[in-house]
Design a protein around this ligand. Structure first.
Ligand SMILES: *[C@@H]1O[C@H](CO)[C@@H](O)[C@H](O)[C@H]1NC(C)=O
Ligand SMILES: *[C@@H]1O[C@H](CO)[C@@H](O)[C@H](O)[C@H]1NC(C)=O
Length: 144
């Protein structure tokens, strides 16, 4: 019984610490060679957590085969720190803490379906314990 409570609270705290890709949304078309804003959301939670780093990757689905993002992330568009904050812009009060990253889609990347991924590493709770996750969005790359 105790095990289940611990497991359930561990799962709940993992979910609470999970990030989301707010922008772009699934199905969006992005253009090779152009800048792209990636909004990484980290919903607020009661369990304290400390951010370590994220990696934003973009990988075409070669032969229409979208390889799982935790196996291959393709081009690394950003690799570095993550400091989610509430937006101070008017009309964005509903947004969770987030950070926007402006990245450049590689010029020579293959057009067609692709997977945008964010790999996220953070320290959770009082231990703290290390948490690693990979989230993704399916996009379409159009030629430059
Ligand atoms: C993208 O994320 C979804 C939901 O978590 C998952 O089911 C899917 O396997 C992931 N796709 C890739 C290519 O990693
Ligand atoms: C981040 O980008 C989103 C979408 O473009 C925008 O709604 C939000 O206000 C931006 N946040 C900040 C802090 O600039």
């Amino acid at each position: 019984m105790k095990f289940f409570i611990v497991a359930a609270s561990l799962i709940a705290s993992v979910l609470a610490q999970s990030i989301d890709i707010g922008v772009p949304v699934s199905g969006d078309a992005i253009q090779a060679g152009q800048q792209l804003t990636v909004e990484v959301d980290r919903p607020n939670s009661l369990t304290g957590s400390e951010e370590v780093a994220i990696v934003i990757g973009l990988r075409p689905c070669y032969d229409n085969n979208c390889v799982a993002a935790d196996e291959a992330i393709g081009s690394v568009l950003y690799n570095g720190g993550f400091k989610p904050q509430y937006s101070t812009l008017p009309g964005t009060g509903e947004k969770p803490p987030h950070q926007n990253f402006t990245v450049t889609v590689p010029e020579d990347i293959q057009a067609g379906p692709a997977i945008l991924s964010v790999s996220h590493f953070s320290l959770v709770g009082a231990g703290p314990w290390p948490m690693f996750e990979v989230v993704n969005k399916s996009l379409t790359i159009t030629g430059s």
